[in-house]
Write a protein that binds this ligand. Sequence first.
Ligand SMILES: [Zn+2]
Length: 157
Amino acid sequence: MDIATGLEIASKATTLVAGITTFLKSALSSGDPANANEKVAEALEKLGELQDVIFGLREDRVKLQDENHNLKAQIKKLEDWKVKAAPYQLLQTAGGAVVYHSDGPPDHFACPSCYESHKIQILQSDDMFCYFVCHGCKTGYQIKNPPPQAGGGGFWN
Ligand SMILES: [Zn+2]
């Protein structure tokens, strides 16, 4: 329920209460038992409508409380992520990989794919010292340049 709908329902409830009050005052002041019975019957009908409105408002209140609870949980989760992600900056490493980096301690790199999913996965050095792997999504990143080989051969040859 949005605010406009809530105001519309509250306005309807107020109108119903005013109508009930008018019927009952009219019944009391008429002095005619037949007319009083008719007015009381109309007032009871309006009370039934008011009860329906109140039940609807209770249901809406429960929905709004659930929605509020869920939104607060989402805000908390985003705030927690913001604090956790704050020390990381996106950079391009010497090996050409674009990853997140934190000065730590300890100084480390984090997986950019997992970062987008609001997870910090610290990249771990693979057997080869210039290549790092995310153990969350199994993606590898070349963090460092391979050392030059003696005799002119490349590292990968
Ligand atoms: Zn990853």
